[in-house]
Design a binder for this molecule. Structure first.
Ligand SMILES: Cc1cc2nc3c(=O)[nH]c(=O)nc-3n(C[C@H](O)[C@H](O)[C@H](O)COP(=O)(O)OP(=O)(O)OC[C@H]3O[C@@H](n4cnc5c(N)ncnc54)[C@H](O)[C@@H]3O)c2cc1C
Length: 419
């Protein structure tokens, strides 16, 4: 067995970043040996665990520890990290497929995975020039670290492009923020947070900082007894953190947001929601089949709603596929990424995908009628409906529509259907 243990002494509280390169212990025997080809089999294993605990996770509003443990065992948390850092170097298309597969099983697991992978994408794409972040990614692969996200703060809702709290200090930095929501904050190994660059910086002059669990304390501000997505455990916290200046990503948040955070998050979230919608359609199809069998082959009246559900699911999948293709095509082109056309398109992906996903689950429920409306029984849509209703809220569609309104005035009408 080729076991090589590298001892690196970093991430200690008082360590400088070059020293940090010597303190994380990781064992290369845990490095991935499975190729990307077996990804779907690994996802299926995790999805099976997630599905078997989904009802309990929802009922108890608890972190889906079993499915995240399974994802760690299958090394799914590091699939998008480059191979040279210990990951599998898989792209956004593979990641969103995992979100979809998990969404069919357990919405909370899928959303946790989507949020984690969005943070990984920010580190991979914008931490290249930083030895601290490269080392963190190595450690993430070796230990299957789970990253949480903190952008929502105080009363400012989903206004991602403005921060109130600022990082303070020189070589050592501190940050204190009233984080309205940090999903799985207590279960995460690190928090990736936006902040104002400095005490005298404008609210939109933001940075993205990674704080490891040993760098911060979380004081609960409120709990998470929500309608759906109950397993995300999205409580509010006072986050008090300190670390090294090197923990700030070397690129401004404005760039990270436009190039990676917004498009990647919207693709990953939409894929998780599509998984929920697909699961609802599966249930509706099973209901209609059973009803048809019982009545000697004639379809129940609700079957037309199943047709609607299948059609809107197909539209949803096409929407994501087209957006994914566009993102992959231009992901290395900063000018194209920052273009109004791309930014508007990726913002509207979130709005349209959430609306279609809600419509799909609603149609699926109507196809089942009372059997779908009940909270018990094999055709209940209660959990799916409650989970999917988070989608227009999670960065409010109204806020996004208001933000892109000015851009809509500048855009022209395409001359061809293929433009
Ligand atoms: C399941 C889930 C998990 C989450 N996880 C995290 C997390 O891990 N980390 C994190 O930081 N955040 C997280 N969030 C928060 C999320 O990112 C948004 O910040 C939050 O959903 C917005 O909250 P809000 O509706 O109170 O605020 P707002 O966006 O302020 O919206 C409040 C109301 O105002 C309306 N509104 C807002 N702006 C406009 C406008 N310009 N024009 C017209 N109407 C407007 C909205 O429609 C809404 O009715 C999560 C949210 C959910 C649902």
């Amino acid at each position: 067995m080729n076991i090589r243990t590298a001892t690196i002494n970093g991430f200690a509280k008082e360590a400088r970043s070059r020293d940090a390169a010597r303190a994380v212990q990781f064992n290369e025997s845990t490095a991935p040996n499975a190729g990307a080809a077996d990804l779907s089999a690994r996802v299926e294993k995790v999805a099976a665990v997630a599905a078997s605990h989904a009802a309990a996770v929802d009922a108890d509003a608890r972190f889906p520890s079993e499915s995240i443990a399974a994802a760690r065992a299958q090394r799914l948390l590091s699939i998008a990290v480059p191979r040279e850092l210990g990951g599998e170097g898989l792209g956004v298309a593979d990641v969103v497929d995992v979100c979809y597969g998990l969404g069919r099983a357990c919405a909370s697991t899928a959303m946790i995975y989507a949020m984690h992978q969005t943070k990984v994408a920010c580190l991979v794409r914008h931490g290249r020039g930083s030895s601290w972040h490269q080392l963190l990614l190595r450690r993430l692969c070796a230990e299957q670290l789970l990253l949480a996200s903190s952008t929502t703060e105080g009363q400012s809702g989903g206004d991602l492009r403005n921060s109130a709290a600022a990082v303070d200090g020189d070589a050592r930095i501190t940050l204190e923020r009233q984080a309205t929501v940090i999903s799985y904050g207590e279960a995460a190994d690190a928090v990736v947070t936006t902040a104002r660059r400095a005490a005298d910086a404008a609210s939109s002059d933001q940075v993205l900082v990674v704080f490891l669990k040993e760098n911060y304390t979380l004081e609960r501000l409120n709990g998470w007894d929500a309608l759906g997505m109950r397993g995300t455990c999205s409580a509010g916290f006072k986050l008090v953190a300190s670390g090294l200046r090197e923990q700030i990503l070397p690129v401004s948040y404005a760039t990270i947001h436009a190039h990676t955070m917004m498009p990647f998050a919207h693709l990953a979230w939409s894929s998780a929601w599509t998984g929920i919608a697909a699961a609802a359609v599966e249930r509706a199809r099973a209901f209609v089949r059973k009803a048809a069998q019982r009545s000697g082959g004639s379809l129940p009246p609700g079957a037309t709603h199943l047709t609607r559900a299948i059609a809107s699911l197909r539209t949803l999948r096409c929407l994501i596929a087209a957006s994914l293709q566009r993102f992959e095509a231009i992901s290395a082109d900063p000018v194209a990424l920052e273009s109004l056309d791309f930014q508007t398109g990726m913002n509207m992906l979130k709005v349209n995908a959430s609306e279609l996903a809600v419509a799909t689950v609603m149609s699926a429920m109507q196809a089942c009628g009372l059997a779908g409306y009940r909270n018990d029984g094999e055709f209940s849509m209660g959990r799916h409906l409650r989970d999917i209703l988070s989608s227009p809220i999670m960065i409010s569609n109204d806020r996004i529509l208001a933000n892109v309104a000015a851009a809509s005035l500048l855009a022209g009408t395409p001359a061809s259907l293929r433009d």
